[in-house]
Ligand binder design. Structure first.
Ligand code: TEU
Length: 564
């Protein structure tokens, strides 16, 4: 173990003893299927993750969030769960999961597990029992079964549409319909039923008792439905939408928070909440509800100074009254990889920009993704890193039809390219697939890796001081070591329109140039890190730097002008 390892391990162990660790944590999302395959079946597994813990410790993350690792028919890559208290055999065993949680914690890294309370798999015992029972049975009451509309009940009960496309209802053999806001293989649970409440409280305790430091709550704003199943209307008032952001959700999360707070080290509740209104989002973060929720508005922003400033300002303003840290994220297993997204003419994460065949400029996208990474690391609060983001992996868009797996692609008839392209197995080493994801000679990875990823492997980037991995390692180390991180004060500094600059704590400045004109660094400032080479001491376009201002120097109005 060389010096850097020891340093990282020691610091992390110290950080890992902080009770409010989650307020400025860096959490790494592990999508197990694509992380590392130890048994050579072409699918990632827990043994592969255990073998890569030194890599994760060296990266300097505080916690791992595992996408669902439970038994699943994999109709939605594991987000269709058939048993919440076990591990899918393709990934390993419950004992291995417990070992992994313990080994990660010994390395100073906590574990957050993904729970999926909105729906179960259609192979879950509850839904099998519901299908085997009569309309009106207690077994069907745990779900949303309804007679159809129209003369012979042959139309869905209402016009709700699935988030994956098509109707949100499927008909059973006896004529009743059941609700699924996602795929038909994911029947929605009825959160007015006491069994549903009791089951999920027990699932929380099951994983908290096994050392999970927290849970990421999938589709957290969708659980509660209008009991009348009223049609969606474009002008629904906040909290009045028939299945999104309904007030009854807060009773559930207050109950879960009481359970989480009952542990010696209180467990953490993280919400996946896609809500455009930051004030509505912040209601979930009140002190007796969730701890944090992903800030998807920031993720979805185009690479524009003004838009990003509004997103950051409104997030910080909305989180302050509830004393919750903002949670910054640039990517996950659901969205186009930043390197590709920021290289497009429409650099936002809008569904339209995802459409198959949208051109991208990977050099521009990588430059912007590097600048976005340092911007994100400098913001107050916690941040999430999705596996492969630290390598600057692009979206893979030329996946053959017969290799695609995502129901979003299948149900949209190929209009939505789906999410397989951001779920390609991680390249670890070597010059050709499987790039160390599996051993050579193992089964073909479940999604093919491109032939030109040799320069993007962990091994290649570890040896390259100019790589994305080196940028993430250095940026996360500086963030961890510096007094300006966490809840240190934040204040904007005056700049031109195409420049963002803010100060954190005592003397730290983050400066981002979005414009085509170079920006001069302030005199006397110490350069801590830059996302791109500085030519002649000026910031060119799509570059972020961190500065420590010299004692006695105040960084003021005339500093961040373009063209100087
Ligand atoms: O995603 C919830 C959700 O709303 C997403 O479908 C999101 O809108 C879309 O993926 C954006 O591209 C969660 C999980 O993150 C996702 O992987 C699952 O497919 C979904 O729930 C159903 O469990």
């Amino acid at each position: 173990m060389h010096v850097r390892d020891v340093a990282a391990g020691t610091e992390q162990l110290e950080r890992s003893t902080q009770v409010q660790w989650w307020r400025d944590a860096v959490v790494y999302q592990v999508y197990v299927r694509s992380f590392s395959d130890a048994n050579g079946d072409g699918v990632g597994d827990l043994a592969g993750v255990r073998a890569r813990l030194p890599y994760l410790r060296e990266l300097g993350v505080d916690a791992l969030w595992f996408s669902p690792w439970y038994p699943s028919p994999m109709a939605d890559s594991g987000y269709d769960v058939s048993d919440y208290r076990a591990i899918d055999p393709a990934f390993g065993t419950l004992e291995e999961a417990e070992l992994l949680i313990a080994e990660a914690r010994a390395a100073g890294i906590r574990t957050i597990v993904d729970i999926v309370p909105n729906h179960v798999s259609d192979q879950h015992p509850w839904f099998r029992a519901a299908l085997a029972s009569e309309p009106g049975s207690p077994e069907r009451a745990r779900f949303w079964f309804r007679p159809g509309a129209g003369l012979d009940g042959s139309s869905p009960p209402n016009g709700w549409q699935s988030i994956f496309g098509g109707p949100a209802w499927s008909r059973t053999g006896d004529g009743e319909w059941y609700l699924h806001l996602f795929a038909p293989e994911q029947p929605d649970l009825n959160w007015t039923h006491p069994d549903v409440w009791a089951e999920h409280e027990d699932v929380l305790r099951f994983w908290f008792d096994r050392g999970a430091a927290g849970v990421r709550i999938d589709s957290a704003a969708l659980l509660v439905k209008d009991p009348e199943l009223a049609e969606e209307t474009a002008d629904a008032a906040p909290g009045e939408h028939p299945f999104t952001d309904r007030d009854g959700l807060h009773d559930i999360y207050r109950r879960w928070r009481a359970i989480a707070d009952g542990y010696g080290e209180p467990r953490v509740l993280v919400g996946e909440i896609w809500l455009p209104d930051p004030d509505r989002l912040a209601r979930y973060l009140r002190p007796d509800e969730l701890h944090t929720a992903f800030n998807f508005d920031f993720l979805g922003c185009p690479w524009e100074a003004g838009r990003l400033r509004v997103s950051i300002e409104s997030a910080l303003a909305a989180h302050a009254p509830v004393d919750a840290p903002a949670t910054w994220v640039l990517s996950n297993h659901d969205v186009t990889r930043p390197v590709t997204r920021y290289g497009r003419a429409d650099s936002s994460f809008a569904f339209e920009s995802k459409r198959a065949g949208t051109p991208t400029d990977l050099e521009r996208g990588t430059r912007r993704a590097r600048a976005a990474a340092l911007l994100t690391m400098a913001l107050p609060g916690s941040m999430y890193v999705y596996q492969g983001e630290e390598l600057g992996l692009p979206e893979v868009e030329d996946i053959p039809f017969d290799r695609r797996q995502d129901p979003m692609w299948l149900r949209s008839g190929g209009v939505d390219p789906g999410r397989d392209g951001c779920r390609i197995p991680i390249p670890w080493s070597g010059v050709r697939p499987p790039y160390g994801f599996s051993d050579d000679g193992a089964a073909r990875p479940w999604l093919d890796q491109p032939d030109d990823w040799a320069r993007l492997t962990v091994a290649a980037e570890s040896d390259d001081p100019g790589s994305m991995l080196s940028l993430y390692r250095t940026g996360l180390r500086l963030r961890r070591e510096s007094p300006w991180s966490g809840d240190a004060p934040f204040r904007w500094l005056p700049t031109d329109d195409d420049v963002l600059a803010f100060a954190r704590g005592d003397g730290f400045v983050c400066l981002v140039n979005f414009g085509s004109e170079p920006v001069a660094l302030p005199a006397g400032a110490e350069l801590l890190i830059a996302s791109a080479e500085l030519q002649g001491g000026v910031l060119s376009q799509d570059t972020t730097v961190w500065l420590r201002q010299a004692k006695g120097h105040s960084i003021g109005q005339d500093t961040f002008k373009e063209g100087r």
